[in-house]
Design a protein around this ligand. Structure first.
Ligand SMILES: [Zn+2]
Length: 77
């Protein structure tokens, strides 16, 4: 499992954990970015490898944008 190059130019949707605003970024941005900083509330969310995979996975399998905080809260350590 990984980041398909086919998705580099695809729009990925997710939601800020601070204000739940919907955000759109290209797949390539998701893959290369280290942190997401919200334009609206300035919340900084580290984009871990697992979180990036979850965003890609949500893009492929879900109609709802992933809420980053929901992922973090449900993640098993
Ligand atoms: Zn925000």
């Amino acid at each position: 499992m990984g980041f398909s190059p086919d998705l580099h130019d695809s729009d990925m949707n997710f939601r800020c954990p601070g204000c739940e605003r919907a955000v759109v970024r290209k797949g390539l941005w998701i893959k290369s970015a280290k942190v997401f900083v919200c334009d609206t509330c300035n919340t900084q969310t580290p984009l871990t490898y697992g979180l990036k995979l979850a965003i890609f996975d949500a893009h492929l399998h879900s109609n709802d944008p992933l809420i980053l905080s929901a992922y973090k809260n449900s993640r098993r350590q």
